[in-house]
Design a protein around this ligand. Structure first.
Ligand SMILES: [Zn+2]
Length: 80
């Protein structure tokens, strides 16, 4: 649902305390896996009205897929 978003979507904004449209932007996070630091770009949803970060349903699952995909790319050795 987050990859081919065409219609404006709304969810509860924690600051406005009402449903607001949100926009998705990439943000960088750092994760330590097996003692190594990795940087990942994940999607974050921001309220279009006040800019607060929101957590619409499905976003966490989508973030996990993003991290897994990027981790696989980073750890795949092209010369093996
Ligand atoms: Zn808001």
């Amino acid at each position: 649902m987050f990859t081919n978003q065409t219609e404006p979507v709304e969810d509860l904004c924690p600051k406005c305390r009402t449903n607001r449209p949100y926009t998705l932007r990439k943000k960088e996070i750092q994760k330590k896996i097996n003692g190594k630091n990795f940087h990942f770009q994940i999607s974050a949803a921001y309220c279009s009205v006040c800019g607060a970060e929101m957590s619409p349903p499905g976003l966490i699952d989508y973030n996990i897929k993003e991290v897994e995909g990027q981790y696989q790319l980073m750890t795949t050795d092209p010369f093996s």
